[in-house]
Design a protein around this ligand. Sequence first.
Ligand code: KIV
Ligand code: ZN
Length: 524
Amino acid sequence: MSRAYDKVKNDPNRIIIFDTTLRDGEQSPGCSMNLEEKLKMAAILDELGVDVIEAGFPIASAGDWEAVNQIAKTVKNATVCGLSRAKKSDIEASGEAIKPAESRRIHTFISTSPLHMKYKLQMPPEDVLNAVTESVTAARNYTDDVEWSAEDASRTEADFLCQCVEAAIRAGATTINIPDTVGYAVPDEYGAQIAMLFARVPNIDKAIISTHCHNDLGLAVANSLAGIQNGARQIECTINGIGERAGNAALEEIVMAIKTRNDALKFHTGVDTTKITKASKTLSTVTGFSVQPNKAIVGANAFAHASGIHQDGMLKHAETYEIMTPASVGLTESKLVMAKHSGRAAFKSKLAEMGYELGDNAFQDAFTRFKDLADRKKEIFEDDLKALIEDEVVRENETMKFISLQVNAGSKGPQTADLTVTIDGERHSAKVEGNGPVDAIFKAIRDIYPHPDAHLQLYQVHAVTGGTDAQATVSVRLEENGKTVNGQSADADTLVASARAYMHALNKLLNKRQSMNPQTAAQN
Ligand code: KIV
Ligand code: ZN
């Protein structure tokens, strides 16, 4: 039996958290990640304590297959899952990709609503029903942990949904997922659909019922909670609620609703909520997909009290306006850590305390950048060091490296950028005029390394800490032939960070091109 099934069987109010950030989340526009970024996120999700990590859709591309396979090799606690359509080739790709995982799951799906069967699949219901049995049976050859999903379940006729669910369980599915694929359901209706399955499907006790709710009407979390109140014991969700269109149910909202309102929602999860902020911030940094400031749990304002009346209440008693503590989601004040005169040894020991171990060259570069930052910025916080080090780690193996930048900006044009970089160790420079300093910098990069098919999709600047001397984190997204890559950089000089962020994205595009060799492409 599956690990998740055992957890619920022994503890009936335990909710399985199935995270699909790396699959449903990653497939949404602007959220794509490379292998290194997916591995980083998978490790964070494992540390967070999710039960299942849906690591990708292995048949989709050689890169997806590789990512699922690498995640299967590295994840320690969670079950690793691969998505498959109801096709032998998909199931085989998932089965092979997840093989190294200690606990593995195949998730197979087919549409069951009249609309999807008629127009998308162009299959009669009898054929869909046969495909359910065949796909689950095929998946069971690879693992005894098989999840079956009825795509567009919330718009599926009750009789047919019951037949499909019964067939899937009979064929060996241990989890049955009831997606509200288009985010159309309302909570009472969605809860009633789950209750209906418990009332009508004779073998339902042999599987865990799961929710998978999209947020098109802003109801994904409410629908998921209605699902567990009616017997579902797995919730599919994503960090920051990323996902197709308006996204999926947000993991942090689900988990904190269950924890904070345990009087009303008598369930529990295995999530360590103090790791939520780290997971949310890492995802935003890696994808350049920032969280709206007023987003529940992880938005910048989620624990900020602006009005005088609220601040006064908070000072008297925090519970006047705070239903959960910032610490409970891992939000701690960034500590003041280093000063201008801190030496090499102090810097090294601070990095070790923060969990960073750098090679000699990377350490030397990081120390030089720290000294440079300390010259320009009065106080250096932990968040400053984190931004600087992560920037250095990311840059270690880049083909194109930043050397220097001089910019002429201001109201009297022309604005120019004079940029020097190395490509595979060889120095290249360009001095270019632009429509503003950022435009000039990006043109200089294009001048040095032409990449006419790549288009800028996003350019975004955030401050790492407060104050006018704060470091800026810049995110850049480039798109080339349908593939998108994100680059980030942090620096006290926004224009330097802009150049480095663009080059980070471009380096990723170069890597993507190199990995498109015929050998790996053949796995498609
Ligand atoms: O939204 C959906 O229906 C899905 C399925 C593949 C589970 O993502
Ligand atoms: Zn979905």
